[in-house]
Design a protein around this ligand. Structure first.
Ligand code: GLY
Length: 341
C-alpha cells in the first residue's frame, strides 16, 4: 500500500521550487499562480495518481487525458478503496462508480458497475460514444464489454477481505466513510492499515493543462458494506465532480449522501465564480452541510478539493484528517487540508 510517511516527506525538486515551497502555508490553500500545468487529487493515494497524470501534462497533453490516466493508477492499485480489490457491498460484491468531465461541459458517468477494472475509462466512452451522460448496472457493463473492456474476476485485496470478514461478524448496518480518527499528519502518523482506520472511499482529481484548460475525474467503490445498489456522489456530475472551464473545477470525497444534498462540487464552482478562493469556496460548501447536519456532522467526513483558472488549489473538510496531493512543474507534495472540527 502507499505509505503516508514516505509521501509526507516529498519535497520540491528544484532550487526555485524549494524557495517557493518555504512560503507555503502548512495547511489549506496553495497559491500556485501556476503558469504551466497542475494536477491535484484527493488523499495520499493522489501522489501516485498525480504522477500518472503528470506524464501527460508534462508532455503538453490535454487535461482530460491526464485525469483519466491519473485515476487509472489508483483503480489498478488493488490497495485502496477504489477499484476491483476494494471494499464490497454488504452482499460481498464490489460495485464501482466513476465520472469524467472536460473543458466543454462534456461529461460521462457509470455507476453500479461490476467486474470492470477501469470504470473511469468506461465513463469516458459514455461521454464520447453515446448521446448520454450516465449508464448504470448491467447496462453499463454490457456497454463496457461491447467497447472491448474485459470482464474481470472480482478479487478483494487482503485488507478488503479482512475488513469484510470482520464486518460480517456483526453485520451491523452502520456505513461510515472517511472519518480519520487520529487527524495526525506528522511523520509518526500510523498508516491507515496499521491503525485499522483505512476507509478512504474515492479518488477525485482535477487538472489544468498547458493551454489553461480544466478537466476532472472521480472514481470509487463507494461506502464499504453498503446496501446493494446504493450510489454516492462520485458518479454524479455536479455532486462528486464539476468543471466549468471559465471558472474552475471541484471534486469531493466522503459521505456522498451529504454531498448530493447540496450539489457539492457545482456549489463550490459557483462560489468560486462569485470570487471566492478555492479554499474559501470549499469551506462555504462544508459549512452548508454542517448547517444541515448539526451535531451529526462531527460523525461524518466530507471534503472538497478545488482548482481555479489561476492555478490556485484549495480544499476544506468537515473533520480533521483529509489531505490532498498536488503536482506542478515546481512542486509535488501532500497538503493537509483545514477543517471545521
Ligand atoms: N464519496 C463516495 C461515496 O459516497 O460513495
Amino acid at each position: 500500500m502507499i505509505n503516508r510517511r514516505k509521501f509526507i516527506a516529498l519535497s520540491a525538486f528544484s532550487s526555485a521550487a524549494a524557495l517557493f515551497t518555504k512560503k507555503l502555508p502548512a495547511t489549506g490553500n496553495v497559491n500556485v499562480f501556476n503558469k504551466g500545468p497542475i494536477v491535484v487529487s484527493t488523499w495520499d493515494t493522489g501522489i501516485e495518481a498525480n504522477k500518472g497524470a503528470w506524464k501527460i501534462l508534462s508532455e503538453g497533453g490535454r487535461a482530460l487525458d491526464a485525469v483519466e490516466a491519473g485515476v487509472m493508477v489508483t483503480e489498478a492499485s488493488q490497495n485502496c478503496c477504489v477499484g476491483l480489490g476494494a471494499n464490497p457491498d454488504r452482499d460481498g460484491f464490489v460495485t464501482l462508480d466513476a465520472c469524467i468531465m472536460d473543458e466543454f461541459f462534456n461529461c460521462g458517468s457509470v455507476a453500479f458497475l461490476e467486474r470492470i477494472k477501469h470504470p473511469v475509462s468506461v465513463a469516458r466512452r459514455v461521454m464520447e460514444k453515446t448521446p448520454h451522460v450516465m449508464l448504470v448496472g448491467s447496462g453499463a457493463q454490457l456497454f463496457a464489454v461491447a467497447e472491448g473492456f474485459p470482464l474481470e474476476e472480482q478479487k478483494l485485496s487482503p485488507e478488503a477481505q479482512k475488513a469484510y470478514d470482520n464486518w460480517l461478524k456483526q453485520s451491523e448496518y452502520k456505513p461510515v466513510i472517511n472519518i480519520e480518527r487520529t487527524g495526525n499528519h506528522g511523520p509518526s502518523a500510523p498508516s491507515k492499515l496499521e491503525s485499522g482506520e483505512w476507509n478512504h472511499d474515492t479518488i477525485g482529481m482535477v487538472a489544468m493543462d498547458g493551454k489553461g484548460n480544466l478537466s476532472g475525474s472521480c472514481t470509487t467503490s463507494g461506502m464499504g458494506f453498503k446496501m446493494r445498489g446504493r450510489l454516492g456522489d462520485s458518479p454524479i456530475i455536479g455532486a462528486g465532480l464539476f468543471v466549468d472551464n471559465e471558472v474552475g473545477a471541484c471534486t469531493s470525497t466522503g459521505q456522498g449522501e451529504d454531498v448530493i444534498r447540496i450539489a457539492g462540487s457545482h456549489t463550490v464552482v459557483e462560489l468560486m465564480r462569485q470570487g471566492l478562493s478555492p479554499e474559501a469556496a470549499c469551506k462555504k460548501a462544508v459549512q452548508r452541510i454542517v448547517k444541515i447536519k448539526g451535531e451529526k456532522a462531527k460523525e461524518i467526513q466530507v471534503a472538497f478539493l478545488a482548482l481555479n483558472k489561476k492555478g490556485e488549489a484549495g480544499a476544506f473538510a468537515i473533520n480533521k484528517g483529509f489531505s490532498y496531493a498536488i503536482k506542478s512543474g515546481t512542486m509535488e507534495k501532500l497538503v493537509p487540508a483545514n477543517s471545521l472540527f
